[in-house]
Design a protein around this ligand. Structure first.
Ligand code: F6R
Length: 251
């Protein structure tokens, strides 16, 4: 595991964009899996700027959305589908046949999972996965309770959301909206990515980042299980590293 502490939050965005750009140049055509949420937004803006300046070609890649709330679709503010389309795919001018997102409005969630699995398989498996970390240590919607009970899931799955995720979800919605289940790429599928970049920024993430990357690995903190991945990089801003991590290192 490589842990890098950026100088500032903006520096984290730039370093994350550098890593993604390097991957795009080295592996054009591979599948990039992107989390939604507050964490990767700055990185996406940097990538879009570089794309517009012709420094990278985001269109060279294929994309898979990491997860979404079951019951919410593109029209719903706070859905991952809306976030990714409005903040990344549309501004990048990405043709629709280059990316696949979970359809949270599906009436057949299991079939939706099989379709995402087929998309991933058809493009050679996940190349680079860019993840955030939830306050409970989840990656995607691979929730602690699920990992503890069932272990890492292959393929994609429908998950019952933990209490923490249901509570935190409200920060994404304009008005209170109960969410109970999610669609996600499973932990084992993510762990099979060629390369994984996990970003964490802000003081609110310091405690869970310490538990995930400085204490014993445990399914109760799903992100901690990524530490055995051979090409796993954690990028932190100073606030997320505060109190537990010194200079950047590789362990
Ligand atoms: C979102 C996702 C989640 C988030 C995590 C952190 O697609 O997969 O695992 O990455 O909950 O969310 P933010 O970045 O909003 O703090």
């Amino acid at each position: 595991m490589e842990i890098i502490v950026a100088d500032t939050a903006d520096h984290l965005d730039a370093l994350a964009a550098d890593r993604v750009a390097d991957y795009i140049r080295a592996h054009p055509g591979r599948l990039l899996c992107l989390a939604a949420g507050q964490t990767p937004l700055g990185m996406m803006r940097v990538l879009l700027d570089r794309h517009r300046r012709g420094e990278i070609d985001l269109g060279a890649m294929r994309y898979a959305g990491l997860d979404d709330w079951l019951g919410l679709g593109y029209a719903d503010a706070g859905s991952c589908a809306q976030f990714l389309r409005d903040n990344f795919y549309h501004p990048a001018g990405m043709p629709a046949d280059r990316f696949r997102l979970f359809d949270g409005l599906t009436e057949a969630p299991e079939a939706e999972c099989r379709e995402m699995e087929a998309w991933i398989a058809a493009h050679g498996g996940l190349g680079l996965s860019v993840l955030g970390i939830g306050l409970n240590g989840h990656v995607g919607f691979n929730e602690p309770e699920h990992l503890v009970r069932h272990g890492p899931s292959r393929g994609c799955l429908v998950v019952d959301l933990d209490e923490t995720t249901r509570r935190v979800s409200q920060k994404y919605f304009a008005k209170p909206l109960p969410v109970a289940r999610g669609l996600t790429i499973g932990f084992a599928e993510l762990a099979a990515s060629d390369r994984i970049l996990l970003l964490a920024g802000g003081a609110a993430k310091a405690d869970i980042a310490r538990r995930a990357f400085a204490e014993n690995a445990t399914p109760a903190v799903p992100a901690s299980l990524l530490r055995t991945h051979p090409r796993f990089t954690v990028l932190l801003d100073p606030a997320a590293a505060a109190g537990w991590h010194g200079p950047s290192n590789t362990v």
